[in-house]
Design a protein around this ligand. Structure first.
Ligand SMILES: [Zn+2]
Ligand SMILES: [Zn+2]
Length: 137
């Protein structure tokens, strides 16, 4: 099966915002333990597929808020689901893999983990590279 040429769809919990992968597969998949991800996902970490900005189409209105100096997080205004994260001046979109309808779409396990300084002690990184803070350049 060649995931690169397929169109993959997903949505928020209430279905008002839809996500469509229209182009290439993600550049990377990572797992983030940062405090903000913990809070917005209601879970110990978030898992993101990082795409070129034009590889994903979002339909439906989102509410954005600045989660860092350059980061903007977009949520569904109805159900609050996190839809994507983008950084000013970076032509990428980070989409939680859990929004997609299918499981097992992206390389599993993720290629690396970030913000491990706030990871739960019981978490097993299974040998993945672990970065104390943000994604390496
Ligand atoms: Zn929703
Ligand atoms: Zn995070």
């Amino acid at each position: 099966m060649n995931n690169h040429r397929q169109r993959h769809e997903g949505c928020c919990a209430c279905g008002a915002v839809r996500v469509l992968q229209v182009n290439d597969a993600p550049k990377e998949v990572n797992l983030c333990h940062c405090i903000t991800c913990r809070r917005i996902h209601g879970a110990p970490f978030g898992v993101y597929a990082i795409f070129a900005r034009d590889a994903v189409e979002i339909t439906g209105d989102t509410l954005a808020w600045p989660s860092s100096e350059t980061g903007r997080r977009h949520h569904c205004p109805t159900c609050g689901s996190p839809i994507y994260l983008a950084f000013d001046g970076v032509d990428e979109i980070e989409v939680p893999t859990s929004l997609f309808d299918e499981t097992g779409l992206f390389p599993l396990p993720p290629q690396y983990e970030i913000w491990c300084k706030s990871a739960e002690l019981w978490h097993d990184a299974q040998g993945r590279p672990r970065h104390v803070r943000a994604r390496p350049d």
